[in-house]
Structures are given as structure tokens and as C-alpha cells.
Write a protein that binds this ligand. Sequence first.
Ligand SMILES: NC(=O)c1ccc[n+]([C@@H]2O[C@H](COP(=O)([O-])OP(=O)(O)OC[C@H]3O[C@@H](n4cnc5c(N)ncnc54)[C@H](OP(=O)(O)O)[C@@H]3O)[C@@H](O)[C@H]2O)c1
Length: 264
Amino acid sequence: MKFGQGQKIIITGASTGIGRAIAIEFAKAGAHVGLLARREDLLAELANEIQTLGGKAFYKVADISERQETLAGLTELIHCMNGIDILIANAGVGAPTTIEPFNVETQEKMIRVNLLGVIYCIEGVLQTMLNRGKGQIVAISSLAGFKGLPGESGYTASKAGLNTFMEGMRIQLRSKNIYVSTICPGFIKTPMTEVNDEKDMPWLMDAQTAAKIIIKAIQRKTKVFRFPWQTSLLMRITSLLPDWVIERVMKKYNDNPPMPKNPL
Ligand SMILES: NC(=O)c1ccc[n+]([C@@H]2O[C@H](COP(=O)([O-])OP(=O)(O)OC[C@H]3O[C@@H](n4cnc5c(N)ncnc54)[C@H](OP(=O)(O)O)[C@@H]3O)[C@@H](O)[C@H]2O)c1
């Protein structure tokens, strides 16, 4: 039996990029997928595509930075799907941190979505998993969570916070038969990264390849999964470098940081 077959899997941020690719791959494996994001037209289109392929998809619209909206969306999805086996908290946003002006609202939004949003999503599924005595909670974090980077302070802080939150949850839920995985990708080709110069994104990977790798890590219940190994190694080396080297290497990026197409 293929991993995922007959399982009920909810994916946040399923309207584009990595989340969309994970939803398609799990649906192909025979999973029932619950899709959550803000853009209803994209969710409806994806659900149709999955149903055309013979899969089963449900969707709900919610902004995960709004706690009540998130809880309502997840409760409705769990009801439609008659349960949940795996939550994949993937929705996230990214934007540079600038100093003149110091863009506090952008950083607040990143932390609200990338950290608090995941916590609200966990709240939305946790009691159901505890009642069943099993489940799996997965967060899509980032290799950027292992080092504070100039021009990316808000994003890296949101992911570092997510990493330690998930680590604590993993240990706390051990005895409850609920597995927790933190997935830390390098550069993946998605709408989030399309504003970046490809030359600045070594070992860039397409979303479908990334989704297949992520699903394998979920199947193995890997605690913390970093990929690709080359970017992971680069980040480990970067964390040992003196500040002046990192400042120099990232100067061009910081002189003209790529802003997201739609402001957060
Ligand atoms: N691409 C990379 O290189 C890379 C690397 C490491 C980690 N990641 C992480 O991977 C995850 C997916 O990113 P991606 O690259 O696939 O980006 P993406 O294509 O921009 O997808 C982001 C998804 O999150 C959803 N989303 C954003 N804000 C939301 C909110 N407030 N409420 C609900 N849904 C929201 C978006 O849907 P709506 O706009 O429709 O709501 C979209 O479906 C993120 O957590 C990102 O930080 C990405």
C-alpha cells in the first residue's frame, strides 16, 4: 500500500507552490486531501484538478493569521473529511527586513503567519488527534531558520521560532502517539521565490521534486529534515563565518532587496 493511501491529510497554503505540489502528490497516492488558504479560486481549481485525476479533495478558505477563522476552517475540513491523520502546516510568507525605513509591520505579519499561524493550525487539529490517540503534525520551516541573515531578520526569526516551537511540541507529544516533524527546505521554485534572481538561489529545486522529498521525510517521521544537503551544508558553514564575510556576500542583496509582488 502506498504511503498516504486512504489517509486524511490537511495542507495549509495549498493554493500555490510547495503546498499545492504536496497536495497533488498525496492525492496521486490515494490520500484524501483538505486544502486551506486565502484564495478560493485557486483552491477550487486545485480541488477540481485532483478530482479529475480520480482523487478526493475538500477546501476551505481561511487566513491563518486570524485565530478564529483558522479554527473554523480546520473544524469544517475535519468534519467534511471525517477526521484527520496528518496536518501539514505549510502556509508562510517572506519579505525582506529593511532598516530605512525599518519595516516593522512586514516583520509583524511574517511572525503572525509563519509562527502564530502554525500554532493556530495546531490548535485546530490537536484535540482531535489526542482523542484518537494518534496523528502527525508537520511544519514547513526553512534552512533560513538556522542563522539570522542581514535583510532577512524577520523571516529567519519567524522560522527559528517555529523550529524551537516544533521541537518542544515533538517531545511533549511523544507519549501521546503524535509525531511531529519540522521540514527545512533550501531554495524551491515557487511564487515566493520568483522575485529573486536565480543566480542568488543555489541548488534551486522545482516544487514537485521538493514535494516528493518532503513526503518521504513525512513517511519516515523524520524529526528535523533539512534539504537539499548542499544548501544545508552551506548554511552550516555560513553559521561559522565572521559577520563581515556575510555582510560582504549579502551586500548586493541588501542594496536592492527583492520585494514580494503583493505586499504582505
Ligand atoms: N520557496 C522556497 O524557497 C522556500 C524555502 C524554504 C521554506 N519555504 C516555506 O515553504 C512554505 C511554502 O512556501 P512557497 O515557497 O510554496 O510559497 P508560495 O507559493 O508563496 O505559497 C505560500 C502559500 O501560503 C499561503 N498563505 C500565505 N499567507 C497565508 C495566510 N495568511 N493564510 C493562509 N494561507 C496563507 C498562500 O496562499 P494564499 O495566498 O492563497 O492564502 C500559498 O498557498 C512557506 O512556509 C515558506 O516559508 C519556502
